[in-house]
Design a protein around this ligand. Structure first.
Ligand SMILES: Nc1nc2c(ncn2[C@@H]2O[C@H](COP(=O)(O)OP(=O)(O)OP(=O)(O)O)[C@@H](O)[C@H]2O)c(=O)[nH]1
Ligand SMILES: [Mg+2]
Ligand SMILES: [Zn+2]
Length: 222
């Protein structure tokens, strides 16, 4: 048992080297890298599709899925530069995979690089990909109890996005409980409510990103 734990720690320490290299690449290019994490079907790809029509910055996407290039194809159809990575059974992305993907992406004039992680609330939160920050995406049909049941993601996230708020009249979702639990784990974290069908809330999301991008660029110059 002890040996397995030691090997796991060694693998994660090795991956941290790749994460540091990715972070340095993002610093050099002045790109804000955002690791988007949430359950299968919570709306991660839809969020990126809807971001495209409203963002004042150019962005590219690394799409992580076990199989298929469906998400990258959806984004390409919206003229978003997207590269699909298939993990072939692995339920999260790791930094060495991101570093390899970056070799195939041009970040020229790209302001934000999104990584859509494999749909999963658990281990994607454990891996540093070299991102500036993680974003947790939760949708109303999943139920309001998820933050306390999957706390690691919600503790680390620098924004929590609550999608499918248009479904609130139709699903049982205690929004007060959800907000209270997020605050108990991560008191200062902004929570952005989104209806990705009408686009309500997307402007707030885009303005949050623009602010973070400006901060990064200001720090880079200073
Ligand atoms: N009603 C409603 N449906 C939404 C909303 N956002 C996404 N959807 C729908 O939810 C389904 C799943 O959305 P995706 O964007 O594919 O979800 P995902 O998180 O990328 O899923 P994976 O990549 O499989 O993990 C699609 O049918 C979307 O149209 C929303 O705000 N409201
Ligand atoms: Mg997706
Ligand atoms: Zn995993």
């Amino acid at each position: 048992m002890g040996e397995i734990v030691t090997i796991q720690q060694a693998v994660m320490a090795e991956d941290e080297k790749y994460a540091l290299r990715v972070r340095q690449m993002m610093r050099d290019s002045g790109t804000l890298m955002v690791n988007v994490i949430g359950s299968p079907g919570c709306g991660k790809t839809t969020l990126l599709e809807e971001t495209a029509s409203r963002a004042p910055f150019l962005f590219a996407v690394i799409e992580g899925d076990l199989e298929t290039s469906r998400d990258a194809e959806r984004l390409a159809a919206k003229n978003i530069e997207a590269l699909q990575v298939n993990t072939k059974g692995c339920c999260h992305l790791e930094a060495h995979v991101v570093e390899k993907a970056l070799a195939a992406l041009s970040l020229d004039s790209v302001g934000v690089l999104f990584v859509e992680n494999v749909g999963n609330l658990v281990c994607p939160a454990e891996f540093d990909l070299g991102e500036d920050f993680k974003v947790a995406v939760a949708s109303t049909p999943e139920g309001a109890d998820k933050p306390l049941k999957y706390p690691m993601l919600f503790v680390q996230a620098e924004a929590v996005l609550l999608t499918k708020v248009d479904l609130l009249p139709h699903v049982r979702f205690d929004k007060e409980l959800f907000l209270r639990d997020v605050r108990s784990l991560n008191p200062k974290c902004p929570v952005i409510e989104l209806d990705l069908i009408s686009g309500a809330g997307v402007e707030e999301w885009v303005s949050f990103l623009s602010g973070r991008l400006e901060e990064k660029r200001a720090h880079g110059q200073g």
